[in-house]
Design a protein around this ligand. Structure first.
Ligand code: SN0
Length: 316
């Protein structure tokens, strides 16, 4: 695996899933693979789970790990080739990526969507420019349009928790006070489309995701109807794709409550976190035995460790 920026970098999703489950049983079984190797984790945006689980994943493999909060502590990066850098940005992304590559054997990068320039975001300009300047494998820690490590952890969680061979999984839009990226939802749709599940996406009119990720997926604007008989309810807010970055009205009736969950097949509740309690979902749902939020967060370590091991194996 050269880079990991989407599910398209994975040869066989089932094999990867089985590997993750094996690693979870024996997290220190591959400790020699990362000996004298360095993992660099570069954050342009805030993080809790991604930062700590990726660090732990690297350590479980025997790697040295360096973390930099570039958004706050680094130079502002210029992306334009040939630009005269006489204002704003102090360093070109190609210089930064090449330098970090000299210190690291694998680089993880987080850079969220701007939510202002759809073309820039959906072309993944930041990631592509960084990869262009880097000389070592790159792992996405959430890009403008995707969050593959999160979706891989979600797939592991569903595999562990499912009671039927092909569960009904519902990805539901949820209310939120701020405009958020579509990355988690896009990525979840992409991974679930390749998993042994029946996926339904439900959202208010105006919150359609890019068809690039939802092609062939059942989509419903009827929240209650979509939730019926769900085995898994995955809640996430995202801002509008068509009216890019906008949040038009509050739709507070889309909050996942105990009443909404009662429509499901004793369904399990999922969210990637961080979650705004009693806005996206109620305390009752989040603290119920059917909530999988901690299991998902725990599986972030094993998702990251599986991808890191694939990359380290390539080098051997
Ligand atoms: C990010 C997102 O893409 O939605 C990261 C999720 C893993 N979430 C947020 O930025 C939440 C911020 C907020 O205001 O609640």
């Amino acid at each position: 695996m050269k880079n990991f920026t989407s599910i398209n970098d994975v040869n066989n999703v089932q094999d990867l899933l089985q590997k993750a489950l094996e690693i979870k049983q024996n997290p220190f079984g591959y400790k020699s693979f990362g000996e004298n190797k360095t993992l660099g984790l570069i954050f342009l945006n805030p993080s809790l789970r991604t930062r700590l689980s990726s660090q732990k994943a690297g350590q479980n493999l025997g790697m040295n790990v360096m973390v930099m909060n570039m958004g706050q502590e680094g130079w502002q990066l210029e992306l334009e080739d040939g630009s005269i850098m006489d204002s704003g940005a102090q360093e070109h992304i190609k210089d930064a990526a090449a330098v970090i590559s000299q210190y690291c054997d694998i680089i993880g990068v987080r850079s969220f969507a701007t939510l202002k320039d759809r073309e820039f975001d959906y072309k993944e300009e930041f990631f592509n420019k960084f990869i262009g300047g880097a000389n070592v494998p790159l792992i996405s820690l959430e890009s403008a349009t995707l969050h593959p490590l999160q979706s891989f952890a979600d797939l592991i969680t569903i595999e562990e928790q499912k009671k039927v061979k092909r569960p009904k999984v519902v990805l539901t839009w949820a209310p939120h006070p701020k405009a958020l990226p579509q990355a988690v939802a896009n990525s979840f749709a992409q991974w679930m489309s390749k998993a042994d599940v029946d996926l339904t996406i439900t959202h208010p009119v105006g919150y359609e995701l890019s068809e690039e990720f939802t092609n062939g997926v059942e989509i419903s604007h009827n929240h209650d109807e979509a939730l019926k008989n769900a085995d898994f309810v995955y809640a996430k807010n995202w801002s509008s794709y068509s009216n890019y970055g906008l949040v038009s009205n509050d739709n507070s009736d889309w909050q996942i409550t105990k009443e909404k969950m009662s429509l499901t097949n004793n369904g399990k509740f999922m969210h990637c976190l961080p979650i705004r309690r009693n806005v996206v979902a109620s305390d009752e749902v989040l603290d119920s035995p059917n909530s999988l939020i901690l299991e998902q967060a725990n599986n972030r370590t094993f998702a990251a460790q599986t991808i890191l091991l694939e990359m380290l194996r390539n080098e051997k």
